[in-house]
Write a protein that binds this ligand. Structure first.
Ligand SMILES: CC(C)(COP(=O)(O)OP(=O)(O)OC[C@H]1O[C@@H](n2cnc3c(N)ncnc32)[C@H](O)[C@@H]1OP(=O)(O)O)[C@@H](O)C(=O)NCCC(=O)NCCS
Length: 147
C-alpha cells in the first residue's frame, strides 16, 4: 500500500463497525467496546479515519483538555497495512490539532510504538502500574512539549 493513496477524514459513526474489527484484531481481549468507541465520538474528541480504497485502514483520536493539554486516546493501523507510514500520518494530524499544547499518551511498556512516539519528541515521564486490563500490563506515560 502506498501512503500517498491514504486520506484522512473525520471518524464518524458509520466507521464504528470497522473500528471494532480493527480493535479486536489488534487488542484482543483489551479491545474497546462499541460503547467506548461511540462515547469517544460523542465527547467530540478529534478523531480521524485513515481511508484507502474506500476502506478504513486506521484511526486515531486526540482529547483536547484545555488550552495547554491534550491526550492521544488511541492510534491504530490494521495489521496488514502497518509499516507504510499510516501511523505517522495519523500522529502528525493529531499533533497538528494539538497545536502548542503539551500532548500526553499511555503506551504499554512492551509496545514498539514507543519508538514512533520518541521520534516525535515524546519523553517517558512515568509508569502507570497495571494500567491495561485484563493483562495487568504496565503503561508508560509519555509527554511531548512540556512547558
Ligand atoms: C503503532 C502503529 C499505529 C504504527 O502504525 P504504522 O502505520 O505501522 O507506523 P508507520 O509505518 O507510520 O511507522 C512509524 C514508526 O513506528 C515505529 N513502529 C511502530 N510499530 C512498530 C512495530 N510493530 N515494530 C517496529 N517498529 C514500529 C517505527 O519506528 C516506524 O518508523 P520507521 O518506519 O521510520 O522505522 C501500528 O503499529 C499499530 O496499530 N500497532 C498496534 C496498535 C497499537 O499498539 N497502537 C498504539 C497504542 S499506544
Amino acid at each position: 500500500m502506498r501512503p500517498e493513496l491514504v486520506t484522512l477524514e473525520p471518524l464518524v459513526r458509520a466507521h464504528v463497525p470497522a473500528v471494532l474489527a480493527i480493535e479486536k484484531e489488534l487488542f484482543g481481549r483489551e479491545a474497546w467496546s462499541r460503547w467506548m468507541v461511540q462515547s469517544e465520538l460523542d465527547e467530540g474528541h478529534h478523531y480521524r479515519a485513515a481511508m484507502s480504497g474506500g476502506e478504513l485502514v486506521g484511526y486515531a483520536g486526540l482529547a483536547v483538555v484545555d488550552d495547554t493539554e491534550a491526550w492521544v486516546q488511541n492510534i491504530a493501523v490494521r495489521a496488514e497495512s502497518q509499516g507504510h507510514g499510516i501511523g505517522r500520518l495519523l500522529l502528525e494530524d493529531l499533533l497538528a490539532a494539538a497545536g502548542d499544547r503539551t500532548v500526553g499518551l499511555e503506551v504499554a511498556t512492551d509496545n514498539p510504538a514507543q519508538r514512533l512516539y520518541a521520534r516525535y519528541g515524546f519523553e517517558i515521564v512515568g509508569v502507570r502500574k497495571r494500567y491495561y486490563q485484563p493483562s495487568g500490563k504496565d503503561a508508560l506515560v509519555m509527554l511531548r512539549g512540556r512547558p
